[in-house]
Design a protein around this ligand. Structure first.
Ligand code: OSB
Ligand code: MG
Length: 370
């Protein structure tokens, strides 16, 4: 394959509902989209999950744009490759910047799948004809508002509820949710808001039958997560801490987690995501797909990834309509009343990219030719 053109585009798209975590509040996404084209004019699409600020990860929109423009786009336009699988190696000498890399790497997978006229999920080796879907609910203005939101998502059919917690907004939230919904699959995500010294408080959560506690401690602290996991009955799930399959291996060896959240952008694309899935599967650690408030292209890639065998738990990949008035793909992602998403049968990501909608949302664009 030879990429003869890379189009970078940054769109601005308002969220229907602001999303708040221990890291801050997001009201509008600034998303970088990548469109690549091969010699024959076949295209591939990717989406960069970097946030508008460097709080979740050191990468953010501006750093990702610069790395894409100055290094990754010229490199992929100059380097022919056999398979999308090879792109990870082409980018290997550039340190970090995984979200920027994943934007192009996933576009290359979409391109390969379209060239082979196959759905991306099948090209990746996915086996599931249906993926299970949960929702991530941000911090709310009151417990009543939270309970109301959960009720609505359960009515829509979602299979598990994740709520965000932070110090002073934790035990009482979980207690109230459990009292109202004694049987639901429930979990919490702290986005690194606690320290090992908070172990007694986190241990108190053991009473509420949570599926897992996601990323309670620092993004770079596997050792303390291992110490914490020893003190908890509730499984620890790692998100921010897992940037690669090596991280997953270390985390499992140390006993730092019993579940892993995989995000394509955080690990650098589909090839590394498959490696993380494999390490976890071989160690009987279930994985699920995280979300980063993606627009349709990123969402479609997450769905494809979630068809791999190790994705045994409901992910954070939910319907487009929870986020956007109008998504950038057609049809939008929909969730069945059973709380599942059916991966599309068309070639590549399997959704039509709405060029007009993207054009209308574009803040800046740049084309890099081979
Ligand atoms: O920690 O999983 C997270 C969104 C942005 C950054 C980090 C996280 C999240 C979510 C939202 O939880 C998941 C989604 O609905 O896309
Ligand atoms: Mg998380």
């Amino acid at each position: 394959m030879r990429v003869r053109r890379v189009e970078l585009r940054q769109i601005g798209i308002p969220l229907l509902h602001p999303f708040e975590t221990s890291l801050g509040r997001t009201t509008e996404r600034h998303i970088i989209l990548v469109r690549i084209e091969d010699e024959g004019g076949i295209e591939g699409w990717g989406e960069c999950v970097a946030d508008e600020n460097p709080y979740y990860s050191e990468e953010w929109t501006e750093s990702a744009w610069t790395i894409l423009d100055r290094f990754l786009a010229p490199l992929i336009a100059q380097t022919p490759f056999q398979r999308a699988e090879d792109v990870d190696g082409i980018f290997a000498h550039i340190r970090g910047n995984r979200m920027a890399k994943a934007a192009i790497e996933t576009a290359c997978w979409d391109l390969e799948a379209r060239r082979r006229n196959m759905p991306l999920w099948k090209v990746l080796g996915g086996t599931r004809a249906e993926v299970t879907s949960g929702v991530s609910i941000g911090l709310q203005s009151s417990i009543d508002v939270l309970l109301e939101k959960i009720d609505r998502e359960l009515t829509a059919g979602y299979q598990r509820i994740k709520i965000k917690i932070k110090p002073k907004h934790d035990l009482e939230l979980v207690k109230a949710v459990r009292e109202k919904f004694p049987r639901i699959k429930l979990m919490v995500d702290a986005n690194s808001a606690y320290r090992l010294g908070d172990a007694p408080l986190l241990r108190a959560l053991d009473a509420y039958d949570l599926m897992m506690i996601e990323q309670p401690l620092a993004n770079d602290d596997l050792a303390d997560h291992a110490r914490l996991q020893k003190q908890l009955a509730t499984p620890v799930c790692l998100d921010e801490s897992i940037r690669s399959s090596a991280d997953a291996r270390f985390a499992i060896e140390l006993g730092a987690c019993r579940v892993v959240n995989i995000k394509l952008g955080r690990v650098g694309g589909h090839t590394e995501a498959r490696r993380v899935e494999k390490v976890c599967r071989q160690n009987e650690v279930p994985v699920w797909s995280g979300g980063m408030l993606e627009a349709g292209i990123g969402r479609a890639h997450n769905i494809a990834m979630s068809t791999l065998a190790g994705f045994l738990l409901p992910g954070d990949v939910s319907a487009s309509a929870r986020y956007w008035e109008e998504d950038i793909i057609d049809p939008p992602v929909v969730v069945t009343s059973r709380g599942t998403i059916v991966p599309p049968s068309g070639p590549g990501i399997g959704f039509r990219v709405k060029r007009d909608r993207i054009e209308a949302l574009t803040m800046r664009s740049k084309t890099i030719e081979a």
